[in-house]
Write a protein that binds this ligand. Structure first.
Ligand code: FA5
Length: 338
């Protein structure tokens, strides 16, 4: 039996198999245990010799089991160490790199241009009161911009801002002149979308207020921005326009040429000298909040432009709706444009 048992111990290749062999021979009801139990039936003169014999087999099996167990455990540990080892020389995973959205990129460029001219960049809220989006900006109730078709009204009477201009009023309520700010952000209009109109788009608002600010300052600022965006030879054109919150008001375009030799006037946004009715409305709101009236008689200019229009021309994108359709085939083309 000893030979047979040793053979089985030796050929057990896993700890489980070895445990089975162990149970078979030296377990509670194993063969050796049974042999020891049957010693009592032998005549006393045979019992001692037989007992010694069985104990010798048992010691041999115990030793063999222990040795085999150690060997198998060491092999299992070696296998685990080998499988968990980290090969630091393997090349890393090539994770795809992201890229800034084109509109973020244009807004970053614009913010950089204005920061270099000494402007402070601030942000405003997208949910507005009509007092700031319209009334304080000299937009009376009968102005078409208040029409249901242009504005997303919320159930509580507030609205999604239709332009970034309400931040002119909010900023002047809290700060005194002289001031120079730009306000990038999202705006919303309830209108049918087409290749150049979205219902959500961005604007960058600018406001400068101080003493003796003139239309020449406004034109110089817009020209400087155009050079920053389109290079030193950029040209700017102003055409008279009407905005209730400016007097006079204008639209401005830049002359744009691309490497393919195409060129055209690109209308970028509206601008003008801040209307005195806006300064008066700000002072009224300040007074109501227990603050000093400080704006009447000041001078200032403001402008608001659409970065989507800049991106469409700069990157040759034919339809504004591509920007927000989340189509990776479009977005991935600009992955390198960080
Ligand atoms: C305004 O929103 C004025 N608040 C701008 C302004 C500010 C004038 C300060 C004077 C002083 P307007 O509605 O024209 O103006 O919009 C300004 C720019 O936003 C447009 O020139 C255009 O570039 C962009 N824009 C307007 N509507 C859309 C639209 N549906 N989709 C994409 N861009 C638009």
């Amino acid at each position: 039996m000893q030979q047979e048992a040793l053979q089985e111990i030796h050929s057990a290749t896993t700890l489980d198999a070895l445990q089975t062999v162990k149970t078979k021979y030296v377990g509670k009801s194993g063969l050796i245990t049974k042999e020891l139990g049957s010693l009592g039936k032998l005549p006393p003169e045979e019992r001692r010799a037989r007992g010694a014999e069985i104990n010798a087999v048992r010691s041999a099996l115990d030793a063999a089991l222990k040795e085999r167990e150690d060997t198998l455990k060491r092999a299992a540990l070696d296998a685990r160490l080998a499988s968990e080892a980290i090969d630091v020389t393997l090349p890393g995973l090539q994770l795809p790199s992201g890229g800034l959205h084109l509109i973020s990129r244009i807004l970053n460029d614009l913010e950089g241009i204005y920061e270099r001219m000494g402007y402070t960049v601030i942000e405003g809220q997208e949910v507005e009161d009509d007092a700031y989006n319209f009334d304080a900006l000299n937009i009376p109730w009968y102005h078409p911009a208040r029409d249901l078709w242009d504005t997303f009204w919320l159930e509580d009477g507030r609205l999604l801002r239709t332009h970034t201009s309400p931040m002119q009023v909010r900023y002047m309520l809290e700060h005194s002149a002289p001031l120079k700010i730009v306000v990038p952000g999202k705006v919303y209009r309830y209108e049918a979308t087409d290749a150049t109109h979205e219902s959500m788009f961005h604007q960058l608002e600018g406001l400068v207020v101080g003493d003796n600010i003139s239309m020449a300052d406004l034109k110089g600022t817009i020209a400087e921005m155009a050079r920053g965006l389109f290079g030193a030879s950029a040209k700017v054109r102003f055409q008279p326009s009407y905005y209730p919150f400016t007097e006079p008001g204008a639209d401005f375009s830049v002359w744009w040429e691309n490497p393919r030799g195409e060129s055209k006037w690109l209308e970028l946004g509206g601008c003008g000298m801040v209307h005195q009715n806006v300064f008066k409305a700000v002072d009224d709101l300040r007074e109501a909040a227990g603050k000093e009236r400080i704006y009447e008689g000041k001078t200032g200019f403001a402008f608001g432009l659409g970065p989507e229009r800049i991106a469409m021309l700069k990157y040759g994108i034919p339809d504004i709706r591509y920007f927000y359709a989340n189509d990776l085939r479009v977005l991935e083309q600009f992955r390198g444009e960080l």
